[in-house]
Design a protein around this ligand. Structure first.
Ligand code: SAM
Length: 236
């Protein structure tokens, strides 16, 4: 694959990066995303943040190999510590991690005043989308776009969020399924939730057999099972 080509998953993320954005890509193993965006002339400046030495060095090598040291700064840092307000970043990508980790990176970034609140967030959690959407909604972000896709037999979701003047309020079902994905109900979406339903039914059976006091957990699993059944049933 050429350096200006991305995997289908990262290409979808790239599509949501605004033209000429000042981008921070957090967790930027190999800096594939910022390198492709600069080579394709979508952006002229990016920070590639990495917390682990190996991927940090791989990102540095990729940037140097493509002669992009003037456009991409690779920074060794934990999460949004790679970014300062004076960098005037207006788009942040955090991809290929769990939703809870992405949430914690954003929450810590907010606490450390590394987020101005005006950045467009383009997030690609591998799991834990519900927890991430819950945080975004609680922080007054509006989800402005979502995608679900299959890449190398894995299903991924992309969530785009921004702070708008009148933030949208979400129903719990929208936080679970994703407001746009729920509305669209694509084939990939329905297959994902059919698989999740099968998994949760097994979890419920195991919980019912356990001796521990897990009433709250069972209630939560049953609620989710009911919502999934409703969505799948309405889509028939
Ligand atoms: N973003 C790339 C992608 O989507 O293909 C790489 C994904 S890779 C699975 C996750 C990367 O995030 C790893 O290189 C890991 O070291 C990095 N990472 C995990 N936690 C991080 C944090 N708190 N700050 C910066 N990078 C982090």
């Amino acid at each position: 694959m050429n350096a200006n080509e991305l995997s289908p998953r990262l290409q979808i993320v790239a599509n949501y990066v605004p033209q000429d954005a000042r981008l921070a890509d957090i967790g930027s193993d190999h800096a594939y995303l910022p390198v492709a965006l600069v080579l394709n002339k979508k952006i002229q400046y990016a920070i590639a943040g990495e917390v682990v030495q190996g991927p940090y060095e791989a990102a540095q090598r990729q940037v140097a190999k493509n002669g992009l040291d003037q456009s991409i700064e690779v920074r060794l840092a934990d999460g949004l510590e790679a970014v300062f307000l004076k960098d005037h970043i207006n788009a942040i990508t955090i991809c290929g991690m769990g939703g809870v980790l992405i949430r914690d990176i954003l929450a810590r970034g907010k606490h450390l005043q590394r987020l101005s609140g005006t950045e467009k967030l383009i997030l690609q959690p591998n799991v834990g989308e519900k927890q991430l959407r819950k945080w975004l909604a609680a922080e007054g972000y509006t989800i402005t776009a979502e995608e679900i896709l299959e890449d190398h037999r894995k299903v991924y979701e992309v969530i785009v969020a921004e702070k708008l003047e009148d933030p949208v309020e979400y129903a719990p079902q929208e936080l679970l399924f994703g407001p746009f994905l729920l509305n669209e109900r694509s084939e990939i979406f329905l297959e994902k939730w059919q698989r999740q339903l099968t998994k949760l039914e097994k979890v419920r059976a195991n919980l019912a057999r356990s001796d521990q006091q897990l009433t709250e957990k069972i209630k939560q699993v049953e609620q989710e099972i009911q919502w999934i059944q409703e969505v799948l049933h309405e889509s028939k």
